[in-house]
Design a protein around this ligand. Sequence first.
Ligand code: ZN
Length: 270
Amino acid sequence: MVEIQILEKSDDYMRFIVSGVNVPFVNALRRIMITEIPTMAIDEVVFLENSSILNDEILAHRMGFVPIKTDLDSYSLPEECKCESEFGCNLCRVNLTLEVEADEKSMTVYSGELKSENPDIVPVSDKIPIVKLAPEQRLKFEAYARLGKGTKHAKWQPVSMCTYMHLPEVKIDPKKCNACGECVRVCPEHIFVKSPDGIKTQNELKCTLCMDCADACPQNPPAVDVTWDKNAFIFKIESTGALPVERIVLEAVKILENKVKDFSNQLKKG
Ligand SMILES: [Zn+2]
């Protein structure tokens, strides 16, 4: 049976233990989160004026990587939109504009200068530097944000980190251990503590399976045994801010479910 235990959760970050699954399953989820969840990003920029030091292509590329808050319920992917237009409509495209001119002093243009036609579809942060303008330089452009997937371009990835690792299990054999304290000294995560009744472990979940403790133990074979649970994983996900992290997980599960359904339907047909 699949079990989930949430260890930490905020809007942008989640860490949980999932047990009762195997590597192919968690890896499928990880890959779907990175590459297949529709995310909003600037996809086209029309420059009206640019006297800054950066040329249009570089600025357009930078704009693509500004994380944009995504509304998956109101917008559709351009290829699935009813408008079937290459240019897009207000269900598959959001217009953003920027117009800045430096006066006598040089200045930095930040993502907060972008004005969106939809107040919900805006940069995740106002403080992302775009370009520096010298006195009297001007920048004016229109940008179009669309939904897309990470398979096509990294700017459409909703996660800035998505990893999993086996659930560690650290055991000390009290018969072999002479409490020399070598493992306490080498462990970078401070998992071992010296106590009057010998070496004890704490915060085992922090173990990175580096094995330094087993290598440092003077006993042969080592008194400390680091193993991992084959069917339990610690999953860490950090959102770029485009979507709440919980939504990313739920969407990934939905996509995986649809893939399995599709697969079995094709099998039945064949
Ligand atoms: Zn459309």
